[in-house]
Ligand binder design. Structure first.
Ligand SMILES: *[C@@H]1O[C@H](CO)[C@@H](O)[C@H](O)[C@H]1NC(C)=O
Ligand SMILES: *[C@@H]1O[C@H](CO)[C@@H](O)[C@H](O)[C@H]1NC(C)=O
Length: 404
């Protein structure tokens, strides 16, 4: 932890009290008198450069006023008993910052490529957490123009007509990752969501690409404020390796696909949602509040949730007949009611919630005791024609100690 040091006037009251004391003890107590002579008008104050809560809706790092100005930050309130200022840091397109808790903000008139570079704030930074305090860019394509889908040079989707609906063809946001395991590129509305990425010693690039022509959707009134927190390699609550998102601190929370608020899941996703097992719990259950909160693949209207591993997350002929590739993977899925029969790990379907009884009968809760708790959303580049499950999912999870 770095620290700030400053020389400051001894507060007047303290000084007067001291002088008073020295005066009255004069001649009676040499010890006190000798100490009194050492009184200085100045004192040295040292405080750590810790995270602080600013007063303008932004957090920052505690620095002296001079340090904050020199580093290009802006003071938002005080810290360290008033000896420091809560210094917040902002970066816009083209900027570079190496401060913990930097906000990457839009100025409202960006176009084309907008890149901010985040460099390590100290020499052992392992992870970055991006909090999308505000995140509105154009949503994915809605065009259903038919094309022949190919993957690895092969025609996929069994010759079924498909489209690039769901792909971020107007705007996109991506972050570079040194491990090569970069989080998915996203677009649309993601305010309140977050994302983890491995930190690079050579800095990470956060890049918006903003089109000047809407593909299937209009151009959004773009606005973003992305808070970037840096974590040291020995930080106790790092997200486990490979997590796109990490939920912790509560035994219940909401998880959803990126751009759920925008009404359409995105193409080419591998959204790995990690959930910390909170103390005492060994089971996690997932509930769709509304049956329509789950819509991932599926051609038939209101098709029951399919947990057949052969059909979801693949290009098997059986799956393609009534699905698509896109799916949700929850390891160790089982029915919520005794005798808790095992279900497949991968699921797809739409508008019927999470079915844990025979297909067709709505039931909305499924559980797992497999650790670590994890949910993954996978989507390919294409949507098959007539695919109705396009919204994505929004689930509530609850951990409990039943049967531990
Ligand atoms: C500032 O930090 C506090 C405490 O960690 C947190 O509750 C709050 O949400 C943060 N505010 C912002 C704007 O990030
Ligand atoms: C960055 O700030 C967060 C709090 O916002 C803190 O938890 C973390 O340890 C800080 N990182 C470093 C490297 O000091």
């Amino acid at each position: 932890m770095r620290t700030s040091t400053m020389e400051t006037m001894v507060p007047l009251v303290m000084l007067l009290v001291s002088l008073h004391f020295v005066k009255f003890s004069d001649g009676r107590n040499n010890h006190v008198q000798r100490d009194g002579k050492l009184l200085s008008l100045f004192q040295i104050v040292t405080f750590p450069n810790e995270p602080c809560i600013g007063n303008a809706g932004k957090n920052g790092t505690c620095y002296t006023t001079e340090e904050c100005t020199a580093k290009g930050g802006s003071a938002a309130g005080t810290c360290a008993q008033g000896y420091g200022v809560c210094c917040s840091f902002t970066v816009n397109c083209g900027g570079t910052r190496s401060e913990n808790c930097t906000y990457f903000e839009s100025s409202g008139n960006e176009a084309g490529s907008c890149l901010a570079t985040i460099c390590p704030c100290s020499d052992n930074i392992c992870q970055l957490r991006l909090d999308f305090d505000q995140f509105i860019i154009s949503g994915p394509s809605t065009l259903t123009e038919s094309l022949i889908a190919t993957k690895f040079g092969q025609s996929v989707l069994a010759g079924q007509a498909s489209s690039l609906a769901g792909a971020c063809l107007t705007d996109s946001f991506s972050v570079s990752s040194p491990s090569g395991c970069a989080p998915p590129s996203i677009c649309g509305t993601n305010s309140g969501e977050h994302m983890y990425v491995d930190a690079s010693e050579a800095c990470n690039d956060l890049r918006f690409v903003l089109g000047n022509q809407g593909v299937g959707t209009g151009i959004a009134n773009r606005q973003w404020s992305v808070k970037v927190t840096q974590y040291a390699c020995d930080f106790k609550n790092l997200a486990p390796e490979g997590c796109t998102q990490y939920h912790f601190g509560a035994s219940t929370d909401i998880i959803q696909t990126y751009n759920f608020a925008g009404g359409r899941h995105l193409a080419d996703q591998n959204q790995n949602i990690c959930i910390r097992r909170e103390r005492g719990n060994c089971k996690i259950c997932f509930t769709a509040i509304e049956a329509i909160d789950v819509a991932v693949s599926g051609v038939l209207a209101d098709m029951g949730f399919n947990n057949d591993d052969k059909k979801c997350c693949g290009y098997s002929p059986a799956g393609l007949a009534d699905q698509g590739f896109d799916c949700i993977i929850i390891p160790g899925l089982m029915k919520s009611a005794a005798p808790n029969e095992r279900l497949g790990d991968s699921m797809c379907g739409h508008n019927a919630g999470l079915v844990d009884v025979p297909v067709g009968a709505d039931s909305v809760t499924v559980c797992s005791t497999r650790q670590p708790f994890n949910v993954r959303f996978r989507s390919d580049t294409f949507e098959t024609m007539g695919e109705l499950g396009i919204l994505g999912f929004r689930l509530v999870y609850t951990q409990n100690s039943n049967g531990c």
